[in-house]
Design a protein around this ligand. Structure first.
Ligand code: FES
Length: 168
């Protein structure tokens, strides 16, 4: 069903946890600390449909000061070169990646200490993950943050590339 679908263009990002859980994510909500979000689409009747039927759809969203997001981040897929989103699912074995408590603005996987740099396209900077976390293109729609396109690379560790292409 659609609520298990990975994010599709036009989905609205909504908070996945905390006091604002279920509310749209705004630029003012974001910082260099990880904000977790779900993509929210619409059902056939046009009612909001949160795509949390698959826990792998959880997203990591950040806002960095101007100039800090650099290659290999796809800057055209960010908002103003400052707001960026990635799959929050570790490419090693599928755990949800967290902030690195030791390094501000970095991510660390709680399962086997995989490390990613969200300012550099979430490339792997330590541990066993085989590849970067997938970047999800974003754009603004009024004050809401919406999905601009499909994931730029395959987001989940358990899919084959062909299966992923078929799910789009
Ligand atoms: Fe993340 Fe193993 S699942 S490092």
């Amino acid at each position: 069903t659609r609520d298990k679908m990975p994010p599709v263009p036009g989905d609205v990002l909504i908070h996945a946890e905390g006091a604002k859980s279920g509310q749209p994510v705004t630029a003012a909500d974001l910082s260099e600390k990880l904000t977790r979000a779900w993509p929210q689409g619409k059902d056939k009747e046009g009612n909001p449909l949160v795509r949390n039927g698959d826990p792998n759809n959880i997203l990591a969203v950040y806002k960095f000061p101007p100039g800090q997001l650099v290659a290999p981040t796809n800057l055209e897929s960010t908002i103003d070169g400052q707001i960026v989103a990635y799959s929050d699912i570790c490419t090693h074995a599928g755990c949800s990646v967290s902030d690195d408590d030791q390094k501000a603005g970095q991510m660390k996987c709680p399962c086997h200490s995989g490390q990613y740099d969200p300012k550099q396209g979430c490339k792997v900077v330590g541990g066993p993950p085989p590849r970067a976390l997938a970047q999800l293109p974003l754009k603004m729609d009024a004050d809401k943050i919406v999905v601009g396109d499909y994931f730029l690379t395959m987001p989940y560790p358990f899919l084959h590339e062909e299966e992923w292409e078929a799910r789009k």
